[in-house]
Write a protein that binds this ligand. Sequence first.
Ligand SMILES: *[C@@H]1O[C@H](CO)[C@@H](O)[C@H](O)[C@H]1NC(C)=O
Ligand SMILES: *[C@@H]1O[C@H](CO)[C@@H](O)[C@H](O)[C@H]1NC(C)=O
Ligand SMILES: *[C@@H]1O[C@H](CO)[C@@H](O)[C@H](O)[C@H]1NC(C)=O
Ligand SMILES: *[C@@H]1O[C@H](CO)[C@@H](O)[C@H](O)[C@H]1NC(C)=O
Ligand SMILES: *[C@@H]1O[C@H](CO)[C@@H](O)[C@H](O)[C@H]1NC(C)=O
Ligand SMILES: *[C@@H]1O[C@H](CO)[C@@H](O)[C@H](O)[C@H]1NC(C)=O
Ligand SMILES: *[C@@H]1O[C@H](CO)[C@@H](O)[C@H](O)[C@H]1NC(C)=O
Ligand SMILES: *[C@@H]1O[C@H](CO)[C@@H](O)[C@H](O)[C@H]1NC(C)=O
Ligand SMILES: *[C@@H]1O[C@H](CO)[C@@H](O)[C@H](O)[C@H]1NC(C)=O
Ligand SMILES: *[C@@H]1O[C@H](CO)[C@@H](O)[C@H](O)[C@H]1NC(C)=O
Ligand SMILES: *[C@@H]1O[C@H](CO)[C@@H](O)[C@H](O)[C@H]1NC(C)=O
Ligand SMILES: *[C@@H]1O[C@H](CO)[C@@H](O)[C@H](O)[C@H]1NC(C)=O
Length: 683
Amino acid sequence: MQYRLLLLLIVWLLGHHGILTSGCFEIEREALLTFKAGIIDTRNRLSSWAGPDCCSWQGVVCDSNTSHVVKLNLQNKYSSDYSLRGEINPSLLVLTQLSRLDLSGNDFGGISIPKFIGSLKSLMHLDLSSSNFSGEMPVQLGNLSNLRYLDLSYSYFICIIPPQFSNLSRLHTLRLEYPFAFSGTCVDNLSWLPHLFFMRVLHLDGVDLSNTTDWLEIVNTLHFLTELSLPGCHLTNIPTSLSYLNFTSLKFLDISDNGPFNTTLPTWLWNLTKLSYLNLGNSGFHGKIPHSLGNLISLNTLYLESNNFEGKIPTSIQNLCNLVSIDLSSVGIGGDIAELVGPSHCPWKNMETLMLGNNRLHGSLFGWLEEMKNLSSLDLGNNSLVGPIPPGIGRHSNLQRLDLSYNSLQGLISEAHFANLSKLDELTLSSNSLIIDVDQNWIPPFQLSYLALDSCQFLHPQFPAWLRWQKQIDFVSLSNTGIRDTLPEWFWNLPYQYLDLSRNQIRGKLPMSLKFTSLDTLILTSNRFEGPIPSLPNTLVTLDLSENSISGPLLSPISNMLQLSYLSLSSNQINGSIPSYICELIYLEVLDLSNNSLSGELPQCWNNSYLLILDLSNNNLAGKIPSSIDSLSSLTSLHLNNNNFYGELPLELQHCNSLVLLDLSNNKFTGEIISGVRAVSVS
Ligand SMILES: *[C@@H]1O[C@H](CO)[C@@H](O)[C@H](O)[C@H]1NC(C)=O
Ligand SMILES: *[C@@H]1O[C@H](CO)[C@@H](O)[C@H](O)[C@H]1NC(C)=O
Ligand SMILES: *[C@@H]1O[C@H](CO)[C@@H](O)[C@H](O)[C@H]1NC(C)=O
Ligand SMILES: *[C@@H]1O[C@H](CO)[C@@H](O)[C@H](O)[C@H]1NC(C)=O
Ligand SMILES: *[C@@H]1O[C@H](CO)[C@@H](O)[C@H](O)[C@H]1NC(C)=O
Ligand SMILES: *[C@@H]1O[C@H](CO)[C@@H](O)[C@H](O)[C@H]1NC(C)=O
Ligand SMILES: *[C@@H]1O[C@H](CO)[C@@H](O)[C@H](O)[C@H]1NC(C)=O
Ligand SMILES: *[C@@H]1O[C@H](CO)[C@@H](O)[C@H](O)[C@H]1NC(C)=O
Ligand SMILES: *[C@@H]1O[C@H](CO)[C@@H](O)[C@H](O)[C@H]1NC(C)=O
Ligand SMILES: *[C@@H]1O[C@H](CO)[C@@H](O)[C@H](O)[C@H]1NC(C)=O
Ligand SMILES: *[C@@H]1O[C@H](CO)[C@@H](O)[C@H](O)[C@H]1NC(C)=O
Ligand SMILES: *[C@@H]1O[C@H](CO)[C@@H](O)[C@H](O)[C@H]1NC(C)=O
């Protein structure tokens, strides 16, 4: 009712043409003030909305000839603190010339898009993305026949495409990325689309189109389409041939994360010669990549990762001289890498991203890698590459990510390999036969966040001193690298999240207290650490100190680590009893305290319902098995062998339904064994 009264008022006011005061129509000024009154603006973004000339207010744009308000740019580009909230007053209807309304990035509290927006007849550009709208998309939007750009990305609609959309015949850009879902009452096919024959840009990322089996035929009616983005749309089928190709203007095609289609690559793809971006990743394609790939001479980005191709990449890929980004990871291809990247046609000097990991490529890095001076990301991990890493890689000053792990590379890595890599952020060379020969005084040009050198050998057995300069490093994995040293003082002040120094010969005591504030994984297995268990950060999820010479009792240090899911202290010299706080570590999946000198009885309180493996073997534990053992409902392996347990096994043990391995040997148990356990060893 109020809405209707307001409309009448507006019609009346318009009849009187409004009054132009100091560069701005008075009724438009008042409409904006009414709008402002409904808005909660905690950061005072609308503080300039006060003076007489509304055309000078922040975010308001007027036509310089007519002085009518034509644009409202109220997008929030900052943090959510700066969001406008509250309600959107229909007073905006007074702005009859409004052609652009941008409210993106604000927070309208999950309300539906106000229906009146469908009456802003002059709108050409409407952006309501990321502004916390939800509910049903109003059919009235279908009345905005001048609309050329509509962006509703990251909204949470239950019903996204009403039939009225087919009336937006001038629409040429539609972005409806990641809305929530269709509901039963909505159109769940794309039959409305062919009416929008001017459509140029169509983004429906994440929209569930599983009921739309004819999506390709429909899209193929759009002759002017240049961008089609349908990743993660639950598309279930893709025709491999088309009798007629209408959407030949296509430059951008993304249908990744759909299917699995379980077909060969469609033949019509190779006629889309204007394509510059092609993403078919993770969609269940198989068969050979055909020679016709070389038709797509405009390609700049080619992402085909995580499909099941066979054979080699066709050499015609070398015709694609504009390529700067390739992702062919995990596609099962083999062949010599030089045939792929070799300099026969286009030397790919401008390549920025080259991802070929998890394949069966062989050959070496010489003869081509040094040419790709503009590389920023190189992933060749998990192939069969051999030979040394060319030192010229050290001149690739844009390199941010380098992964050559799991190959058979060999030879020395020196400071020259990193000479100009000032942007390097992730370095992964694990599982090769590389020898790292850098000076203890070397100051690297980079600030890494991720370092994995497992099974590389440091030429010098000292702990790598250059790590000291890596102030932002959060992932460090240096397992089996031949370090024979103590850990330097500064080491304990770096911001690790993941730390693996296992299988070295590092000696010395751990500090009394580890101060890392975000450490979630600490693996020091198989070194020569000694002294008591330090006090540890409560962020730990995985703690493995096994195979060292740690001694003393299991005191409270571990009690506050409530997130802990993997705890191994096996093969140390820990004594005393098992404290009852163990029962409070409710997320534990693995508890291995085997091969220590623990004594006393087990705590009574077991309730670790996620525990899969409990290994207490080879200690001096005694007493009866507590009946609370039946709370370990996920337990698959229980090792109590080589202790002094006695008495009858508690009947409750039969509630441990998942148990497959039970070793009770070398104890003093009496009585019968429960049925259902598949591997039992008792003596
Ligand atoms: C304003 O009017 C002039 C003269 O009619 C015209 O050239 C110009 O394009 C107009 N500007 C706008 C923004 O409409
Ligand atoms: C959307 O609004 C609802 C209701 O005010 C609120 O609970 C939710 O956190 C908001 N969501 C976002 C993403 O801002
Ligand atoms: C606006 O949309 C509504 C709902 O679809 C429709 O009933 C009405 O006729 C439309 N108005 C105009 C002017 O097109
Ligand atoms: C399209 O708009 C016309 C009037 O402009 C209306 O009569 C018709 O119902 C609309 N079609 C749909 C599907 O909303
Ligand atoms: C698509 O949806 C429209 C409207 O609900 C319906 O009339 C039409 O039959 C549907 N087409 C297909 C192929 O399902
Ligand atoms: C697909 O169609 C079925 C049957 O009509 C319906 O139950 C289901 O909700 C639809 N799925 C989507 C995502 O629209
Ligand atoms: C080709 O595209 C144009 C423009 O969208 C359309 O009018 C025509 O029907 C389409 N042709 C076919 C065969 O789909
Ligand atoms: C693709 O191009 C080839 C050769 O240019 C042509 O023979 C074929 O008909 C085209 N296919 C389609 C679907 O247009
Ligand atoms: C994929 O297609 C092949 C035949 O082309 C068929 O044998 C296989 O079962 C299909 N796999 C799936 C997961 O549908
Ligand atoms: C190098 O790559 C950057 C982006 O990583 C790009 O902006 C620049 O244009 C490229 N330079 C050359 C010469 O290709
Ligand atoms: C290497 O790639 C193969 C095949 O893609 C995969 O099965 C295996 O898990 C990968 N290994 C590593 C260490 O990533
Ligand atoms: C390193 O880069 C700088 C500028 O980025 C350049 O002047 C210098 O020659 C480069 N050095 C090497 C060894 O490539």
